[in-house]
Design a binder for this molecule. Structure first.
Ligand SMILES: NC(=O)c1ccc[n+]([C@@H]2O[C@H](COP(=O)([O-])OP(=O)(O)OC[C@H]3O[C@@H](n4cnc5c(N)ncnc54)[C@H](OP(=O)(O)O)[C@@H]3O)[C@@H](O)[C@H]2O)c1
Length: 212
């Protein structure tokens, strides 16, 4: 099995890569950041010439948790580009391969796609949109036996909070966060289950954040 992952260098994406590679799966780590769509198109063309891609995992993502009025227009566009536009375009480009191989698309959405939180409007909008994109696309491609899943994690213990300069992080006690390896385990289950697991929400046992 060969597939592509975004956001492989850190957190959830990194854990997924390690898990799949430990199972002997070839994971192609997509380097391009989606600032030039034509460049990504070229890169995907090259990859699909050489590899038989049967899964795409969109894990790259950024977050911001601030009042809407304080978020710059540039930042809003960046969040929508990375969290929503990039996975949609990558999916479109790889759909012929996924159809040919009866493959799997996995989008890492968020609990913020499901619940409403203060100061999360832009991030939540991007995550709710990619979740709904996943569900709608599934209806379109199920006749080709392509599996589509949205994973919606709650607070996960990754560098996400540091990487995005957030003022909070999950409480650093086991019951308060998801281990990214648990999400990697779920990805393995989605890939190897014959039927379609279309939506998974995973939450820590307890709820609580602390200042960072
Ligand atoms: N941690 C949480 O609590 C949590 C909860 C729910 C959902 N999520 C979602 O899970 C996904 C992975 O997050 P994580 O926790 O693993 O965070 P992370 O450790 O910060 O990793 C995020 C990845 O996103 C990529 N990325 C960052 N900035 C980017 C940019 N400007 N352009 C393109 N890619 C960029 C990076 O990939 P490269 O450097 O490899 O390109 C990085 O590896 C994200 O979509 C996030 O929204 C996280």
């Amino acid at each position: 099995m060969q597939g592509i992952i975004t956001g492989y260098s850190s957190g959830i994406g990194e854990a997924i890569c390690k898990k799949l590679e430990s199972k002997g799966i070839e994971v192609i780590k997509l380097k391009s950041r989606l600032n030039r769509v034509d460049k990504v198109e070229e890169e995907i063309k090259e990859i699909t010439k050489k590899h038989n891609i049967s899964f795409l995992i969109n894990s790259a993502g950024i977050g911001i948790f601030e009042p809407l009025e304080t978020i710059s227009t540039k930042k809003i566009k960046e969040i929508i580009d990375i969290n929503l536009l990039a996975p949609i375009i990558l999916t479109k480009l790889l759909l012929p391969s996924l159809k040919k191989n009866k493959g799997t698309l996995i989008n890492i959405s968020s609990i913020e796609a499901i619940k409403a939180s203060k100061y999360s409007s832009v991030y939540s909008a991007s995550k709710a949109a990619i979740r709904h994109f996943s569900h709608s696309l599934f209806e379109e491609v199920r006749k080709s036996e392509v599996k589509v899943c949205s994973i919606n994690p709650d607070l996960t213990n990754t560098p996400f909070f540091k990487n995005n300069n957030l003022k909070f992080q999950p409480k650093q006690q086991e019951a308060y966060y998801i281990d990214p390896q648990e999400i990697a385990q779920i990805v393995w289950m989605i890939l190897t289950t014959k039927s379609v697991i279309s939506d998974i929400t995973i939450r820590p046992k307890k709820v609580g954040v602390e200042k960072r």
